[in-house]
Write a protein that binds this ligand. Structure first.
Ligand SMILES: [Fe+2]
Length: 160
């Protein structure tokens, strides 16, 4: 996992990790978002076990939380006059694809790579494990923690 991070950092256009944004429309440090998602995921796993006796694979959960967005290091780059834009890789490949490729070369378990590809609508796969579901929800939930809400809800029980 550390090797994947190192390989992506070496290819990144950023010079400080704190510069990497959550997205082009959410200019907030990705690294803080990742820290929050990881902590919430561990708390969720503890509660799920305590209350429901659900077994959450914490090694898969932690690795997924730390890897699912690391491709932003190479999908975005700092703009010459401030701001950020997509790199050619970020324009050409769905979010997370390059991380998934590196993970395969580093023998990262498929359950972790599944999280990388399933946590975003751009990845093309719906979450299929409890760990992937937890991280998919928490990734969105944490955006609310710093003032954003990107999900469009289409549910029937809301009042108009
Ligand atoms: Fe992501």
């Amino acid at each position: 996992m550390v090797r994947v991070w190192k390989r992506l950092w070496e290819q990144s256009g950023y010079t400080q990790l704190a510069q990497v944004p959550v997205s082009l429309t959410v200019d907030y440090p990705q690294v803080r978002h990742t820290q929050a998602v990881l902590r919430m995921a561990l708390a969720t796993a503890e509660i799920a076990h305590l209350v429901h006796d659900t077994i959450i694979r914490r090694d898969i959960l932690v690795a997924g939380a730390l890897l699912m967005d690391v491709s932003k290091l190479v999908e975005y780059q700092p703009g010459l006059e401030g701001g950020h834009h997509r790199t050619e890789l970020g324009l050409m490949l769905p979010h997370g694809t390059y991380t998934a490729h590196l993970c395969l070369t580093e023998n990262i378990p498929l359950d972790v790579i599944h999280i990388v590809m399933a946590h975003s609508p751009n990845g093309g796969r719906a979450p299929a494990t409890v760990e992937a579901h937890i991280l998919d929800w928490l990734d969105q939930l944490d955006l609310t923690n710093f003032g954003y809400d990107l999900w469009k809800r289409r549910v029937l029980h809301y009042q108009p």
